[in-house]
Design a protein around this ligand. Structure first.
Ligand code: PEP
Length: 252
């Protein structure tokens, strides 16, 4: 059975003190997690080890980095390698968030390299895809997302693709308070699963978790997560509030 996942993406938020406070709260709240229902907390690099320490007694709650570089090591000032993350026992890494694509010019080809190096160092990538408003208005969201998957993931073997978590995040819904409707989310998630099935077969596609991201809140998570092909969420703004994020976790 594929996992249900509530993933947090703190982005570039929180001072050290605020991060500590939020992690203490997350460590203290009651969450109904299991092997099949997990939570992943994507924190800024400087707080990765702190997050691991604070959440160490929290079963089925894991820590993620929000990015890594394409290269193994070397003269790339300011970058972070997959090997560094592996050496810190970080199990997950977010790859290809739309903000990375937009502000840091990350292309599908570059993201394929990041996926490769993450897998080489045994990190599980949370691969983000999703269309801008203009693409949805033109009605070409399905082919756009399909192309993102093809160019960044379809070189992977069956064994490798099973390591990937996909996050569908329509850019027009990220941080805007405008959520995709349950139907829009289900339609795209089903499309993504069909695209995966065409390439890797149905039984592989059925095992891959596909998360929805875009203004998921405590009051809409349950309905979204109830859609057949929506296996949880990647949550930005609402993950900065421990109570709200707990509601989202417990909506899995
Ligand atoms: C995100 O950062 O991935 C995201 C979906 O943000 P928000 O929940 O704030 O829309």
């Amino acid at each position: 059975m594929r996992k249900k996942i509530a993933a947090a993406n703190w982005k570039m938020n929180c001072t050290l003190q605020q991060a500590e406070d939020l992690l203490n709260k997350l460590a203290a709240v009651e969450t109904h997690l299991s092997n099949e229902k997990i939570s992943i907390i994507g924190v800024p690099y400087p707080y990765l080890l702190l997050a691991k320490e604070k959440l160490q007694t929290k079963e089925n709650m894991f820590v993620a980095a929000q990015n890594c570089y394409t290269k193994k090591s070397g003269a790339y000032t300011g970058e972070i390698s997959a090997e560094m993350l592996q050496s810190m026992n970080i199990p997950f890494v977010i790859i290809g968030h739309s903000e990375r694509r937009e502000y840091f010019n990350e292309t599908n080809a570059m993201l394929a390299e990041k996926i490769n190096i993450a897998l080489e160092y045994k990190l599980q990538p949370i691969f983000c895809c999703g269309e801008a408003l203009s693409i949805r208005e033109a009605g070409s969201q399905n082919s756009f997302v399909e192309n993102q998957l093809k160019e960044s993931l379809f070189h992977l073997s069956e064994e490798q693709i099973l390591q990937i978590v996909i996050a569908y995040e329509p850019i027009w819904a990220i941080g805007t308070g405008k959520t995709a409707s349950n139907e829009q989310a289900q339609e795209m998630h089903q499309h993504i699963r069909n695209v995966l099935a065409n390439k890797y077969g149905t039984s592989v596609a059925e095992k891959i978790s596909i998360l929805y991201g875009g203004s998921v809140k405590g009051n809409n998570a349950k309905e979204l997560f109830a859609q057949k092909d929506v296996d949880g969420g990647l949550v930005g703004g609402a993950s900065l509030n421990a109570d709200e994020f707990t509601t989202i976790i417990n909506s899995l």
